[in-house]
Design a protein around this ligand. Structure first.
Ligand code: FAD
Length: 478
């Protein structure tokens, strides 16, 4: 009999497992892959370390979920803080996304018309509220009396003023601000796509503001890749009596007296509690009737989701770069996709652990809509991406020593995720924050976290979902 079985070793699962290990439980993590981390991880190929998915890292400032996890557990993650979090390349110009909000307002006013000062003042204020609220209100969304009591105890009545932005789209705020600039609209849409997985019409401005101000918080780089974010968390869990088993894909979950039976291909495990860190799309077909029913109405279809086309490149740079992260806006959709931008992340030039031969490592990704019904021709997209990179003088094809790419099918294999969809559930205006997938799956000991649960987007969201799942499990049973 295990204390708690955790399905998957993504950043959401690992956060929940670490927080439960801190409380004295001994989590057993079952991971279908041969290594941990899912979309937040790294792998060796031909003498280079490539990131599996995520490349940007935010969440280490005060009140943010990752900082909360590290403070609670004492886990240490050495990072390099980036001076210039991102550059956006559009219309032949380079827009510097400075972290300092005052500097960023001046930069935004230089590139876009309308009252940029006011737009970003409001957005930044909201983002501060979102982050402070995120770790303070871990009972959100409330589903039981105990959650309401916890919220009432901590609530500040003034928070209602900020919370009302959950009813308004980012687009409506742009319209109200009289910013009638098509370039600003394009800028906001593509920025939201990488942080909220949807465009300004569909993202509520509470989350939209936090997503747009992503670069106004500390952005960090971890030497050796994001596997070095994941490994210390696993070490902590193991040190506290937990265990992780690889190549142990969960095939079935059953409810039995006082717990759950969890079946893999070769074993059956029993536990008192269950944490699922896999997408609800994956959990539903292998789960109990109650869990199936509880998530049924929340499941998004392939048409509402994205996968990613990703390229990993090792190359010898012929220039230096002001920032590691670049969003490149395209005049025409990228050949073979509907994407209007690509995202490029570079390894840190002083990080010698990313390549045996001193190459710089580039990770490039772009969205693929409706992955189940979209055919992609990898060679065509790779060529189109390389042409964009050459045109923007990032990489010459002749400087490349190794390149490879992956699409929805690779994501299905690597993470097991339905249709290879990644990046989390996109924001949709009709789904208010309190209507997203709640951590409690059956009110009997099973919990959900990861990037399909509240608020689950990107590393900060998935980490927060893990904190919430652990907190709700603890408040329900201890
Ligand atoms: C290309 C790309 C770029 C991104 N860029 C960023 C970024 O720059 N910054 C950022 O913050 N976020 C980024 N993200 C998003 C971020 O990586 C993810 O949202 C986050 O890592 C998801 O974590 P998770 O815990 O929800 O799940 P996952 O990472 O999907 O982990 C789930 C784990 O469960 C395992 N699993 C699945 N099914 C089973 C099963 N049946 N049994 C056992 N194990 C199973 C999988 O193998 C996987 O290891 C990016 C994502 C992608 C794909």
């Amino acid at each position: 009999m295990q204390d708690v079985i955790v399905i998957g070793s993504g950043i959401g699962s690992l956060t929940a497992a670490a927080m439960l290990a801190k409380r004295g439980l001994k989590p057993l993590i079952l991971e279908q892959n041969w290594q941990p981390g899912g979309c937040t991880s790294s792998y060796w190929r031909k003498g280079h370390v490539f990131e599996t998915g995520a490349t940007t890292l935010v969440g280490l400032d005060d009140h943010m979920p990752l900082k909360f996890l590290l403070d609670e557990t004492g886990i240490k993650i050495p990072t390099r803080k980036l001076d210039l979090p991102m550059q956006v390349h559009m219309n032949g110009k380079v827009i510097n996304r400075y972290q300092d909000i005052e500097r960023w307002k001046v930069e935004a006013s230089k590139h876009f018309s309308g009252d940029q000062e006011k737009f970003w003042r409001v957005a930044y204020g909201l983002s501060q509220f979102v982050w402070k609220a995120s770790t303070r209100y871990q009972s959100f969304p409330p589903a039981k009396t105990v959650d309401w009591i916890d919220l009432a105890r901590k609530a500040n009545p003034m928070d209602v003023l900020d919370a009302r932005f959950a009813f308004k789209s980012t687009q409506s705020i742009i319209d109200k601000s009289d910013i009638d600039d098509p370039n600003f609209k394009r800028f906001v849409d593509e920025q939201l796509l990488i942080t909220a997985q949807n465009r300004a019409e569909e993202v509520n401005h509470l989350f939209g503001a936090a997503a747009l101000c992503y670069t106004n918080y500390g952005n960090h780089y971890i030497d050796g890749g994001l596997i070095n974010l994941v490994n210390p968390i696993i070490e902590y869990i193991q040190k506290n009596g937990g265990q992780i088993i690889y190549r142990a894909g969960v095939k079935q979950v059953k409810k039995v007296n006082h717990g759950y039976l969890v079946e893999t291909k070769s074993n059956t495990y029993k536990s008192k509690y269950l944490i699922s860190g896999i997408p609800v799309n994956n959990l539903q077909p292998i789960s109990t009737d109650i869990i199936r029913k509880s998530v049924h109405k929340k499941i998004l279809t392939s048409r509402q989701l994205y996968s990613a086309f990703q390229m990993g490149i090792a190359f010898k740079p012929n220039r230096s770069f002001e920032s590691l992260h670049h969003q490149i806006h395209l005049e025409q959709p990228l050949t073979g996709t509907n994407s209007r931008s690509i995202f490029l992340s570079l390894s840190h030039p002083e990080d010698e652990s990313r390549s045996d031969d001193g190459s710089l490592i580039a990770s490039i990704s772009t969205h693929i809509a409706d992955p189940q019904n979209t055919q992609i021709i990898s060679e065509e997209i790779e060529e189109a991406i390389l042409n964009v990179l050459e045109a923007h003088q990032f990489i010459n094809k002749s400087d490349i020593s190794f390149q490879h790419s992956s699409g929805p099918k690779s994501w299905m294999k690597w993470t097991g995720r339905a249709f290879g969809f990644v990046g989390g559930y996109p924001q949709y205006l009709k789904t208010k924050p309190w209507q997203m997938v709640e951590a409690r799956l059956d009110h009997a000991g099973a919990y959900q976290c990861g990037d399909t649960a509240y608020p689950g987007q990107g590393i900060p969201g998935a980490t927060l979902s893990g904190l919430i799942a652990a907190k709700k499990l603890a408040s329900d049973w201890f």
